[in-house]
Design a protein around this ligand. Structure first.
Ligand code: AMP
Length: 218
């Protein structure tokens, strides 16, 4: 069974690879970023509460984020595995996941970390476009839609630029990554769960490496 945490800096390729991993291995894709964006788009109380934080590149509180993830993982569709994308992002979240994971029988058993040098991350984020409907990621330079310019290959929806994919928010997100999220690599190394992947090699080669790993670990 694959109870996966997918981690890496913003722009490393988590979203791109999460989509096919979830599909090919039949895992629910749980992206806290998507959950927050959906809440913001729906204008719910939660959405309004977190809008300013998310758009500026800040981190939503551990308490709120952990409560959302615990509820989501508790659902029956996570019984035979899941793919967490963008969670945990702090040591406190990882500790909480460890505790409630045991409690609800959803312990993490695989952590895949995608690393990538900063210069490449900046380039990728600047050109990134996403599908607001299905979450597919594109890049105007490196990975444009194949069928029609500006239109999602998967579901036909016009692709957009995320509000937080600007230079200023990116700076904050990268700083938060190094300060709060990068220490998780040591945490999961200590748990004997960490597998490292080079995200600078291009999406097709990275996919090959991830497939080889997943086939050996499923
Ligand atoms: P992402 O789509 O993973 O890049 O997430 C977009 C934004 O959602 C982040 O920049 C944060 O503002 C917020 N967010 C997503 N996941 C978390 C998390 N685990 N903890 C706190 N904030 C998060």
């Amino acid at each position: 069974m694959l109870n996966i945490v997918l981690m890496g800096p913003p722009g490393a390729g988590k979203g791109t690879h999460a989509l096919w991993i979830a599909k090919d291995y039949g895992l629910p894709h749980i992206s806290t970023g998507d959950m927050f964006r959906e809440a913001m788009a729906s204008g719910s109380e939660l959405g309004n509460q977190i809008k300013a934080i998310v758009n500026s590149g800040g981190l939503v509180s551990d308490e709120l984020t952990c409560a959302l993830v615990k509820e989501r993982l508790s659902r029956i569709d996570c019984e035979n595995g899941y793919l967490l994308d963008g969670f945990p992002r702090t040591i406190a979240q990882a500790e909480a996941l460890k505790t409630f994971g045991k409690e609800i029988n959803r312990e993490v058993n695989t952590v895949m970390n995608i690393s990538c040098p900063d210069e490449q991350l900046i380039e990728r984020i600047a050109g990134r476009r996403v599908c607001p409907k299905c979450g597919a990621s594109y890049n105007v330079t490196f990975m444009p839609p194949k069928k029609k310019e500006g239109i999602c290959d998967e579901c036909g929806t016009p692709i957009v630029q995320r509000k937080d994919d600007n230079a200023e928010s990116f700076k904050v997100r990268l700083a938060n990554y190094y300060k709060s999220t990068a220490p998780l690599m040591e945490f999961y190394k200590g748990e004997g769960l960490l597998a490292d992947f080079d995200g600078s090699i291009g999406a097709a080669d990275l996919k090959k490496a991830l497939v080889a790993f997943l086939e050996a670990h499923k």
